[in-house]
Design a protein around this ligand. Sequence first.
Ligand SMILES: O=C(Cc1cc(-c2ccc3c(-c4nc5ccccc5[nH]4)n[nH]c3c2)n[nH]1)Nc1cccc(F)c1
Length: 277
Amino acid sequence: KALHLGMFEIGRPLGKGKFGRVYLAKERKTGFLCALKVLHKSELQEGRVEVQLRREVEIQSNLRHPNILRFFGHFHDSKRVFLIIEYAAQGELYKMLRKAGSFSEPRAASYIAQMASALSYLHKKHVIHRDIKPENILVGSHGEIKLSDFGWSVHAPTNRRTTLCGTLDYLPPEMLREEPHGEKVDLWSLGVLMYEFLVGAAPFEDAPRETQSRIVRLRYQVPDFVSPEAKDLITRLLRLDPEKRLPLDQVAEHPWIVKHCKSQTARERNRNSQQRE
Ligand SMILES: O=C(Cc1cc(-c2ccc3c(-c4nc5ccccc5[nH]4)n[nH]c3c2)n[nH]1)Nc1cccc(F)c1
C-alpha cells in the first residue's frame, strides 16, 4: 500500500539519532503508534550514508523477533526519507540504568536472556550487531527489551571499514586491533553489558587510551557484591580469544540465567494458576 506522511499524525520528538530525528507518530486510520525517523536526503548524500542506510533497511526488513525493534517500512518525499520503526513504549534502557545505578541480578538476568535470544536469532541470519550497549536498547510496553540501531551491523565475516565513533568500552580486542572479526564480537559486548547492568559502570571504563590497554590485557575486576554465578558468566564471555567465549545456547542454559529466569516463568505460572482458582 502507498505510504506517505499524510497517513501519520506526528507527535513529540523521541530522540535525536546521529543521522536523523525520531518522532512519535500515529497512523490516522488505525491509531497505531510508531517511531518515525526522518532523514534529510541532503545529509545522506553528503554523509555518503546512503549505502549504509540501504543496507540497514535491507537487514532490518526481514528481521522478526520480539527482542529486536521492528522495522515496518519506509517512504520518501522530495527532501526527506522516512523510516517507520516500532515504538518502544517504556523508552531507553540506559536512562533506566543511570537512574537505578545498577540492576538487580534477577532483572539483569532477564535482560541478558532476552539479549541472548535476540543475538542467537541475528547470528543464525549471519548478521553481527557490533554495537551492543545500553544506549542501543529500548524497552517495550511489557518491560521487554528491544535491540536497536543496526547502524553498524553487517553480514559476517567482515573487517570494519569506517572509523569507530563513540565509546570504546564495548569493543572486543579483535576490533581494537582491526583484525577480521565474526559474530563472537557480540558475545564480548554481551559480557560488557552484563557487567554494566550489575555494577553500574563498564568493566574497562577509563580514559580512552587506558580503556584500550585494559581491554587487550583483559584487566578488569568484578566487585564482591556480584554473585559467584554472575561472575562466572561474565568471565566466560570476556575472553580475549573469540573462540573461547561461551556460545549463546550455553549462555541461555547458564546456572545464573536458569536460576533467575526459570523461577521467573515458574512465578508467572503460579500467578496465572492462582488467578484461575
Ligand atoms: O535508524 C534506526 C535506529 C533508530 C531507532 C530509533 C528509535 C529511537 C527511539 C524510539 C522509541 C522510543 N520510545 C520512547 C518512549 C519514551 C521515551 C523515549 C522513547 N523512544 N521507540 N522506538 C524508537 C526508535 N532511532 N534510531 N533504525 C533503523 C531501522 C530500520 C532501518 C533503518 F535504516 C534504520
